[in-house]
Design a binder for this molecule. Structure first.
Ligand code: GAR
Length: 187
């Protein structure tokens, strides 16, 4: 199976969806490592409890190149061939993206190219959009700007709050990400 390294910063529910999907026999990928920039990320504990190799490195107090070299080494040591960002809330440097060119994907909670960056659901509601959603895309040097590999759409309901909308979109994320990652590693 194709070894994938997952980067997280927090809860890790998308990472958990990838791990769970990876355990079905016909899944083409395996999760080689889950790494985090936040040593206390709840997702790291979940991954360890589920028998996944985990790694944490805080970027605090060191140059970004040094932090990224450590993450890069952990991913390579674990044999990762593809990186899946799953709620990893830190920008990767151009040099890191170049080293893994075309082999990093991300899930973003909007219908890209709309609402790159943060507060995607609040912005979709404020704009009066009829629907919101999530996208899986290739990571390039441009924030949330690489080719979109798959999307799922969720209707915005009257009186929706960003929190309620986020919950419904998240359910779709958990279905979309494993599906797109499986397609991506077999293409
Ligand atoms: C997810 O909704 C993901 O799409 C979003 O953060 C959440 C992480 O949740 N990602 C971004 O906003 C990336 N800029 P999770 O840790 O439970 O997967």
């Amino acid at each position: 199976k194709h070894p994938v390294g997952v980067l997280i910063s927090g809860r890790g529910s998308n990472m958990a969806a990838l791990v769970e999907a990876s355990r079905s026999l016909d899944c083409p990928y395996t999760i080689a490592i889950v790494a985090s920039d936040k040593p206390d990320a709840p997702g790291l504990a979940w991954a360890a409890e589920h028998g996944i190799v985990t790694f944490a490195q805080s970027p605090k107090g060191m140059p970004k190149v040094e932090y990224e070299a450590i993450i890069d080494a952990a991913l390579r040591d674990a044999g990762a061939k593809t990186i899946a960002l799953a709620g990893y809330m830190r920008l990767l440097s151009d040099a890191f993206v170049a080293r893994w060119r075309g082999r990093i994907i991300n899930i973003h909670p909007s219908l890209l190219p709309k609402y790159k960056g943060l507060d995607t659901h609040g912005r979709a509601i404020a704009a009066g959009d009829e629907s919101a959603g999530c996208s899986v895309h290739i990571v390039t040097e441009e924030l949330d700007g690489g080719a979109v590999l798959g999307q799922a759409e969720v209707p915005i309901e009257p009186g929706d709050t960003p929190e309620r909308l986020a919950e419904r979109v998240l359910e779709k994320e958990h279905i979309l990400y494993p599906k797109v990652l499986a397609e991506f590693v077999t293409q």
